[in-house]
Design a protein around this ligand. Structure first.
Ligand code: CTP
Ligand code: CA
Length: 223
């Protein structure tokens, strides 16, 4: 049993990983979402488990296999994901926000199915809370890892997220690269940490990228 191996670097540590795109309800039969597959989050959960952590995966996806020994909590919206995280944050040693959280949600979800009576339909959206930034503000001992999904100005935008969200690591992800991002099995990322030069990782399977991200996090934790 991996969790019983006291020599592993994450032994005894609670690691929270979020995965997938959030779903924001419009009416009882419709929602807004995005292209996140959840694969990077699941790979990170597996890698953390293999390093001895007690992993809780807070996931919006149901079609990916859950590795043995990992607790899964299924959520849909950003609000539900936020609640699940806040409930467990105090005892967590590490939080990895691999989820693609919707930036906006319908301002007033309809209780009944919206009818197609009008020729145009305008949907008002309201901003979701920035969960990672909120965790950054509440942070005590927790090591916080965020992602930055970008299609341009990758390092500049990611660097800004590292500082503004007050996190320990940002994994910068050019989602327009043919090797990277949504729905693929491979990824190409650059790891940013405060006061360190950006560390580009070679294109690899998400399993391997996850292992490298955790190795860097463990090295930074024990600094
Ligand atoms: N994130 C979050 N809560 C949100 C939006 C994003 O916790 N409401 C997290 C994501 O899970 C990710 C990181 O913040 O780890 C960066 O997400 P990203 O969408 O790249 O950046 P945003 O801060 O949302 O800014 P923008 O989309 O405008 O680039
Ligand atoms: Ca966003």
């Amino acid at each position: 049993l991996i969790a019983a191996d006291t020599t592993l670097p994450l032994h005894g540590q609670q690691v929270l990983v979020t995965a997938g795109g959030t779903r924001e309800r419009l009416d009882p039969v419709r929602y807004l979402t995005n292209d996140s597959s959840g694969k990077m989050g699941y790979a990170l959960a597996l890698a953390a488990r293999n390093l001895g952590a007690q992993v809780t995966l807070i996931s919006t996806v149901s079609q990916l296999p859950v590795p043995a020994g990992i607790t899964v909590i299924h959520v849909d919206s950003a609000a539900a994901m936020r609640n699940a995280l806040l409930k467990r944050f105090a005892t967590a040693a590490m939080v990895i926000m691999a989820a693609a959280v919707a930036d906006f949600r319908p301002a007033a979800p309809a209780t009944n199915k919206i009818k197609k009576t009008a020729t145009t339909y305008t949907l008002e959206l309201t901003k979701n809370p920035d969960i990672l930034a909120e965790l950054g503000q509440r942070k005590q001992h927790q090591f916080l890892i965020g992602f930055a999904a970008e299609t341009q100005h990758l390092l500049a935008y990611a660097q800004r997220k590292l500082a503004q969200k007050q996190v320990d690591m940002i994994v910068a992800n050019d989602v327009s690269s043919p090797h990277a991002g949504f729905n693929r099995d491979t990824n190409e990322v650059t790891v940013l940490q405060p006061n360190q030069a950006p560390q580009p990782l070679k294109v690899a399977h998400k399993t391997k990228i996850a292992q490298q991200i955790l190795q860097l996090a463990i090295a930074a934790q024990t600094d």
